[in-house]
Design a protein around this ligand. Sequence first.
Ligand code: BES
Ligand code: ZN
Length: 431
Amino acid sequence: MAHFLEKELKALGAQVELRELGPQGAGTNVDLPPIVLGKYGNDPNKRTILVYGHYDVQPALLEDGWDTEPFTLVQKDDKLIGRGSTDDKGPVLGWINSIEAHQQAGIEFPVNLVFCFEGMEEYGSEGLDDLIHEEANKFFKDVDATCISDNYWLGTTHPVLTYGLRGCSYYSVTVEGPSADLHSGIFGGMVSEPLIDLTHVLAQLVDPQGKILIPGVNDLVAPLTPDEEKLYDNIKYSMDDLYSATGSKTNLFDTEKESLKARWRYPTLSLHGIEGAFSAPGAKTVIPAKVIGKFSLRTVPNIQPRELDELVFKHIDNVWKKLNSKNKIEVKLLHDGLWWLSDPHHWNFEAAKKATKAVWHVDPDLTREGGSIPVTLTFEQALKKNVLLLPMGRGDDGAHSINEKINVDNYINGVKTLSAYLHYVSVEPSS
Ligand code: BES
Ligand code: ZN
């Protein structure tokens, strides 16, 4: 993907370099995928806009339940289906399409573009934070504002601009005892089972209503002010949007407002999986010797990752001590990314509002989001310039799920919106 982007961008006349980041994690011999850095245009009379996107995607297998090969893009009716169509290969291609369209139409490109496309976003953007800090006054020094297209409309009909994201702190809990898997008929009842211990620990993290059971976490959350409460009044989102996006009526809250607050401004804890547990079809009578539970917390203002780690480790330690198990436990932080909350009245956002209106003929809603893009805050703080999230896809695109798609008109109009944004942002008065 990095080489593909390098080739496409070079063919359009951009300067491109691939930055190697060295091996992933400590003690592995797998190299991190390179960062694609590029520049298109360097006219001192034009604004310079940094566009960030990611070329990595979530894993996908046909057996997961896809109707078509996940890594072959197919068009079915009005939808382009394939892994990354909306998250985030489609929008990354959108920037390239925009340059190409300007060239073919013979229209002068309105800004200087700086690109930063990475390949580890879905794993917490390992390696990129350091590069951004190192390059803030070098490669990124002329940047006037940043635009990220890696988010979605809230529903399926109304465009949005996004000014907030939750952070994500991702943990693993390893429980191990026997030196190899055991026969449950021979050893069941004679030894402590790692999976029984682990599920007990995981069940003490969150209750089925979504309430976080780790003492102290909810106390770190910034209180909801009456002004903030009002922002939820005019958002175009219905419970039907939630039902259709999840294909179910499994909502934890009965109203739109409470649902959106839970997604945007409160922390949540999700359990993701257990490595090493028997998960194939059939009925194997095994006692797994070593199991690794995975969970993450979505963080919000004012939760600080180190404070959160301390609460998480302390709580699991307390739960574990009460168990009195002879198995071994180890809790690790796998990665973390910070929450981000910005100013949607900055000129960068004003330009995006005009672009959205020009293409979609309505004013965008201003939204926060529940997902995370770890480097958003890094860009804002390191470059000291505003960051805008300008989406292409819709709320029902199925990012991270099977049959991920982007609607053709969201793609085409998305390219127009990105392009119109560059034109408006080139002339928008500084605020
Ligand atoms: N595109 C998403 C981020 C996103 C999700 C924005 C929902 C708006 C709404 C991004 O590709 C993503 O999935 N990020 C990961 C980051 C994590 C691994 C730190 C995520 O949110 O799970
Ligand atoms: Zn994603």
